[in-house]
Design a protein around this ligand. Structure first.
Ligand code: AKG
Ligand code: FE2
Length: 384
């Protein structure tokens, strides 16, 4: 096992100096095409905003089981809320963690009656059809009460807004590392979350997802899988805050070796999701990673994952059309002759839109919630 030194650490303050910026872009180019995982430091997110949310994590998770049940994901057709310890599985094995899923605070726009009966105000105002089932993923968060976790709503909102801003700034650097015009992807991220004033050709603002995670120490009787080996499927780019000193995150490198990605103070880990891999036709990998659960002599491990979303009605081919061929063909150049590259199932034409791939992901990971809120035909279709 490597000590983690092979993962690049990018100093984002270099973006402010033209000469240093070139070096930064070279480093980013290398990280994008050869590793798919990196750290960023001097990232510009106010450390107080991070610590305001981080310090609330123990209180959030120490709420009584009744309080946590009140916030259960089962209450939410948007798959937002609490999932209990070891409720999730990866690769058929229990993930030894508990989590709260939050997202960009957005009103419901799903409108099964669009164009018929009485369309909702969102459909009517924007003259768009929000009847596709995947629009149902958008909706409000379930917050703990102020008495239970004082200051949570404010701390969460500030964290969301600050990391969202970092993620948009980082996307600009990616554009430059790809040799593209800076700002090309801005149209994916309209600044206002209201849909009423959008033109017919404008994208609907995306919903970013934030997962607050606790990995409690455990005896090992259930194994050591905090979360099993996976590619991120919730979004485009991931910005991960590893809280404290507890190690556990590991990344599968290009040679098939697991390397440690230990916490580095004041940094975020950045990696690329399935949608990004699909968009670049596999030139940038959604690198596989996993977390080992802490042993009984360790402290609990906490982390906060920000999954940058994309407009749900975008198709993979639409995103690909923004990415220069010179970037997309890098995979073919590198892997010429290899037939099955295992590029993500996002490429499957049955769920070409990002919304469908997201709905599929949530239905598959939370079947109980899906069966409660979605009809049998929809659930069975995505479970296949
Ligand atoms: O907790 C971590 O460090 C990583 C979590 C992760 O990879 C995920 O939830 O997708
Ligand atoms: Fe992940």
């Amino acid at each position: 096992m490597d000590a983690g030194s092979t993962l690049p650490i990018l100093d984002l303050s270099k973006a402010n100096d033209p000469e240093q910026k070139l070096k930064l872009l070279e480093q980013l180019h290398h990280a994008l095409f050869n590793i798919g995982f990196l750290y960023v430091k001097n990232h510009g997110v106010d450390p107080r905003i991070i610590s305001n949310l981080v310090t609330l994590l123990p209180t959030l998770f120490e709420q009584s089981s009744e309080e946590k049940a009140r916030l259960s994901k089962l209450n939410s057709p948007h798959f937002l809320g609490y999932s209990g310890y070891a409720e999730g599985t990866t690769l058929g094995q229990k993930d030894l963690r508990e989590q709260f899923d939050f997202a960009t605070e957005l009103p419901v726009i799903y409108d099964p009656y669009a164009g018929r009966l009485q369309p909702t105000s969102a459909s009517a105002a924007s003259k768009r059809d929000f009847s596709n089932t995947f629009w149902r993923l958008r909706g409000p968060n379930q917050y703990p009460s102020e008495e239970q976790v004082p200051g949570f709503h404010k701390a969460y909102t500030e964290y969301h807004d600050a990391v969202q801003e970092l993620s948009y700034r980082f996307v600009h650097l990616v554009e430059e590392a790809f040799g593209m015009q800076m700002g090309t992807f801005d149209c994916f991220f309209p600044q206002s979350t209201a849909v009423g004033g959008l033109g017919q050709n404008e994208y609907i603002p995306p919903q970013h997802r934030i997962k607050l995670i606790k990995y409690p120490p455990s005896s090992g009787a259930l194994g050591r899988q905090g979360v099993g080996a996976h590619k991120d499927s919730s979004g485009w780019l991931t910005f991960l805050c590893q809280v404290g000193q507890e190690e556990g995150l590991e990344v599968l490198d290009i040679n098939g070796t697991w390397i440690a990605a230990p916490p580095i103070a004041d940094s975020f880990v950045v990696n690329f999701g399935n949608a990004f891999e699909a968009a670049t036709e596999g030139a940038v990998k959604a690198t596989i990673h996993r977390v080992k659960a802490p042993t009984s002599t360790c402290n609990p491990r906490y982390s906060i994952a920000f999954f940058q979303g994309l407009p749900l009605d975008m198709t993979v081919s639409q995103i690909q059309s923004y990415i220069p061929l010179s970037v997309r063909k890098l995979r073919r150049d590198r892997e010429e002759g290899i037939r099955d590259h295992g590029v993500s199932s996002f490429m499957d034409p049955r769920w070409d839109s990002l919304g469908e791939s997201q709905l599929r992901k949530w239905i598959r990971s939370h079947e109980d919630c899906a069966r409660k809120w979605y009809d049998k035909t929809t659930v069975d279709f995505y479970l296949v």
